[in-house]
Design a protein around this ligand. Structure first.
Ligand code: FMN
Length: 172
C-alpha cells in the first residue's frame, strides 16, 4: 500500500468516525418510475432556498433510487417522525421485497408520500450535480405537508436517539 493510499484510507476512517457523531434527521427520499416505487433512507438532506422554495438531497449514484429519480424528474423528501422508526428499519432490510409495505404511502404528483411522516416535500428535480460517489439532487417544491405534533427521527452513532428531552427554548 502506498503512503498516499494509506493516508486516504485513514482520512476516510476519520471522516466516517466524525460524521457518525453528527446527529441527523432521517429522511425517506422516494420516487416512482413506470409504476415501480423506489426509496432510500437519507440524512444528507437540507433546505436550499426560499425563492424558489427548494431543497437538496445527496444521493449515492449506485443507490437503487438514483436513476429512477433522475428519469422521473420528481421525488419526495419525507421527514421521518419517531413514530416512523418501523419504516426506517424496514427500508434498511436488504432482502425486503417491497420497501413500501410498512407505513401508509399515497401517490402525490406520481411519487410516494408517507402519510404519517413529520413533513413531506414533493419536488420536481430542478438540477443535478455529480460529485465523487454522489449526486446532489436539487428539488423545487411542488407540495408540502407538515404535522405539528411529530418529533423527528434522529440518527446518531449508528442508532436512533430521542431528542424530545432536549431543553425547550428559554430553558437553556
Ligand atoms: C441513517 C442512514 C442515512 C443514510 N443517508 C444516506 C444519504 O444521505 N444518501 C445516500 O445516498 N444514502 C444514504 N444512506 C444509505 C441508503 O439508505 C441506502 O442504504 C443505500 O443507498 C443503498 O440503497 P439501495 O439498496 O436502494 O441501492 C443512509 C443510510 C442510513 C442507515
Amino acid at each position: 500500500m502506498t503512503d498516499s493510499v494509506q493516508e486516504n484510507s485513514q482520512l476516510l476512517a476519520a471522516f466516517r468516525n466524525a460524521m457518525r457523531h453528527v446527529a441527523a434527521t432521517v429522511y425517506a427520499v422516494t420516487t416512482s418510475n413506470y409504476g415501480q416505487r423506489y426509496g432510500i433512507l437519507a440524512t444528507a438532506v437540507n433546505s436550499l432556498s426560499f425563492d424558489p422554495p427548494s431543497l437538496l438531497a445527496c444521493i449515492n449514484r449506485d443507490a437503487s433510487v438514483h436513476d429512477p429519480l433522475v428519469a422521473q424528474g420528481k421525488f419526495c423528501v419525507n421527514v421521518l417522525a419517531q413514530a416512523n422508526r418501523d419504516v426506517a428499519e424496514h427500508f434498511m432490510i436488504p432482502t425486503a421485497p417491497d420497501r413500501f409495505s410498512v407505513g401508509s404511502w399515497v401517490d402525490v404528483e406520481g411519487v410516494p408520500v408517507l402519510e404519517s411522516a413529520q413533513s413531506s416535500f414533493v419536488c420536481k428535480l430542478a438540477a443535478i450535480h455529480e460529485f465523487g460517489t454522489h449526486s446532489i439532487a436539487i428539488g423545487e417544491l411542488l407540495e408540502a405537508r407538515h404535522r405539528m405534533d411529530a418529533a423527528p427521527l434522529t440518527y446518531f452513532d449508528r442508532g436512533y436517539i430521542d431528542i424530545t428531552g432536549a431543553p425547550e427554548h428559554g430553558e437553556r
